[in-house]
Design a protein around this ligand. Structure first.
Ligand code: ZN
Length: 268
């Protein structure tokens, strides 16, 4: 799937999950916590594609998300792609094909999703104020770039960078550390898993079983059969994107409904 679809799938999952938790499990979050979790999960749902680098010197090619912070993020994507290729080469078995590019390898695995979520929480708890602001800044930048894909491309990376920095600082001031910091890590991890699911329904698939070897292959790409696979950028993807937007809106309404009813003293 393309960047905006991934971002919206992350946002929809977090909002629907937050509603389900509050409805079935009485786990309530403040509007700020829901908003932050949604933004981070949308950003997390783009993170795995940071392994698709373009041309750093000419600012061309690469995934949507690799352009978030201009050449800085393109360079980061370049490093991540090389690191992923290194991990691929180091762990590949006899029947795994030789690759020249690390896209859709290490960052598209469950150990990456769990590891990056865990490291995020650890970083927030151990790193203090600037670590939290830095993580929020990075993830919110990815989310803005993904959700407002067309505007972001027209405006360039500087407004996105300024907006994410302001949002990150504002959020830091009001986010309670006890529940807020683990929330950031969980949202990043969930976002990555949602990304994997989004890529599984395309033809290329993802190495979801890694590091479990199957038939002398460590990096078996698992996807749905070609006949029902979603074409990247095709009509089904557009429909899915619309569905994610509808789910997000419904979840926001459902989350806000009790407070609105209470405000007007309406009892159902
Ligand atoms: Zn991907």
């Amino acid at each position: 799937m393309m960047g905006p679809s991934h971002a919206l799938s992350g946002a929809a999952t977090w909002l629907a999950g937050s509603w389900a938790l509050s409805y079935f499990d009485q786990y309530h979050q403040t509007p700020l916590q829901v908003a932050v979790g949604t933004a981070i999960c949308a950003g997390g749902a783009l993170l795995p594609d940071m392994d698709l680098s373009g041309k750093v010197t000419t600012d061309e090619g690469g995934a949507t998300v690799a352009h978030t912070f201009g050449r800085f993020s393109l360079f980061l994507a370049e490093c991540l792609e090389k690191l992923s290729l290194g991990i691929y080469d180091a762990t590949r078995l006899k029947h795994d094909p030789k690759r020249h590019n690390g896209h859709r390898t290490f960052t598209h695995t469950l150990p990456f999703a769990i590891g990056v979520g865990w490291l995020t929480t650890l970083g927030c708890v151990a790193g203090g104020k600037w670590a939290v602001i830095g993580i929020l800044f990075f993830m919110m930048g990815l989310a803005l770039r993904g959700v407002f894909h067309t505007w972001a491309r027209q405006l360039g990376w500087i407004p996105i960078t300024i907006a994410s920095a302001a949002a990150a600082y504002g959020t830091y001031l009001y986010l309670p550390p006890d529940r807020g910091y683990p929330l950031i890590g969980v949202a990043v991890g969930v976002g990555c898993v949602v990304h994997l699911l989004g890529d599984i329904i395309t033809r290329e698939g993802v190495p979801i079983l890694w590091p479990i070897p199957t038939g002398r292959r460590m990096w078996r790409m698992i996807g749905v059969p070609n006949a029902i696979a979603v074409k990247v950028g095709g009509r089904v993807e557009t429909l899915l994107r619309g569905a994610f937007a509808v789910v997000s809106i419904l979840a926001v309404l459902a989350l806000a409904a009790p407070a609105i009813l209470h405000q007007f003293d309406i009892r159902l």
